[in-house]
Design a protein around this ligand. Structure first.
Ligand SMILES: O=c1[nH]cnc2c1ncn2[C@@H]1O[C@H](CO)[C@@H](O)[C@H]1O
Ligand SMILES: [Zn+2]
Length: 379
């Protein structure tokens, strides 16, 4: 009865925990910024063709090749103005898509080629997010955006970036992350950064269990102490489903479920990097049924040609999800956010639940309208 249509999916209040700033630019903005900043290496200069190029190039079945496409977005994000613009448009686009709370991540160390300092990068992005929130408000929409600072796992600046995240805590930055190719770059190389953040009572998530299996999830949780798992989708490798439908969880999968470790699942991204082979076959179906703390995310809207609404449309199509399922994912995500508990609770009770209640009640009024006099007398 409450299977949402596309319009309801878009209007439903959604919460996004895993979205890369440098993976979500508008194609037209990439073209504009390349022209303005003298970046000459773009493979296409027509926005439509460039958007298609990103989707196709990212569709390689390999995380390493997928990540190569970021050289072009990072390439045009090397000035203060470019960072402000990209961040403002990010907040605007998410708000227009019905996202009410988002944590958007990027790696400050990748934006220093034009001479900006790490602090200048963080301040430019924060300024852009505030500007985007303001524009959304002017359009009658509400969104809050927090930044996550990412350190690249192949590099050696994790402690420095963790310190940066800690310095900008309560100033727009809500946590820390590590990203990049998993193979050959275990998160344990960055233990000093995680230990620092734990001593500071700060929060972090780690990209783990995407291209690489259970050992990377185990390390992220039990060696590094991650609060959440970026992807974490391979946790299904520790779950056995019998022919009769019986389910057996291994020790790690049990731990993840029992401790309510949030999984930042990104279905479309997983299809592109080969971590899953179809929406209907995506582990999110099983993980939702087993009541893991599963959340739905975009990862990279440009590379996957997606949005939060599109991710949910795919899931509604594949699993028949209802507005109640969407609410469950959204509440899960809000519970798992890195902002203070009282603010999370207020978002759940005063924004998310009323938003779904409103959508769920729409069918009542549609029904009333169709029982007009003429419709009744015809029958
Ligand atoms: O799905 C992913 N797995 C691992 N790393 C990623 C993924 N998506 C993006 N990045 C990496 O994170 C950096 C900062 O935003 C991006 O530049 C990209 O290299
Ligand atoms: Zn990611």
């Amino acid at each position: 009865m409450n299977t949402p249509n596309s319009d309801q999916i878009r209007r439903a209040p959604k919460v996004l925990l895993h979205d890369h700033l440098d993976g979500g630019l508008r194609p037209g903005t990439v073209v504009d910024l390349a022209r303005e900043t003298g970046y000459a290496a773009l493979p296409e200069t027509d926005p439509g063709r460039l958007g298609a190029w990103f989707r196709a190039a990212a569709d390689s079945g390999s995380l390493e090749r997928y990540l190569e496409t970021f050289s072009h977005t990072v390439g045009v994000m090397q000035t203060r103005d470019a960072l402000v613009r990209v961040a403002a448009e990010c907040a605007e686009d998410l708000a227009a898509d019905g996202v009410v709370y988002a944590e958007v991540r990027y790696a400050p160390e990748q934006h220093l080629e034009g001479g900006l300092s790490l602090e200048e990068v963080v301040e430019a992005v924060n300024e852009g997010f505030r500007e985007g929130e303001r524009r959304a408000r002017e359009d009658g929409r509400r969104i809050r955006v927090g930044a996550l600072l990412t350190a690249m796992r192949h590099a050696a600046r994790a402690l420095e970036i963790a310190e940066l995240a800690n310095r900008y805590r309560d100033l727009g930055v809500v946590g820390f992350d590590i990203a990049g190719a998993e193979a050959g770059h275990p998160p344990t190389r960055h233990l000093d950064a995680f230990e620092f953040l734990k001593r500071e009572n700060n929060h972090f998530t780690i990209h783990a269990g995407e291209a690489f299996g259970l050992p990377s999830i185990w390390q992220a949780l039990q060696w590094c102490g991650a609060d959440r798992l970026g992807h974490g989708v391979r946790i299904v490798d520790d779950i056995q489903v019998g022919a009769d439908g019986s389910v057996k969880l291994g020790r790690l999968a049990s731990y993840v479920r029992d401790k309510r470790i949030p999984l930042e699942l990104c279905p479309s991204s997983n299809l592109q990097t080969g971590a899953a082979d179809s929406y209907a076959g995506h582990p999110i179906g099983l993980l939702r049924r087993l009541h893991f703390r599963a959340t739905v995310n975009t990862d990279n809207r440009l590379m996957s040609g997606t949005s939060m609404s599109r991710e949910f449309e795919h899931l509604v199509g594949a699993f028949g999800y209802t507005l109640d399922d969407m609410q469950w994912f959204s509440v899960n995500a809000m519970k798992s956010a890195f902002i203070p508990f009282d603010e999370r609770l207020a978002m759940i009770n005063d924004v998310i639940k009323p938003g779904y209640a409103e959508l769920k009640s729409e069918w009542l009024f549609r029904q009333t309208a169709s029982t007009s006099r003429s419709a009744v007398s015809d029958g």
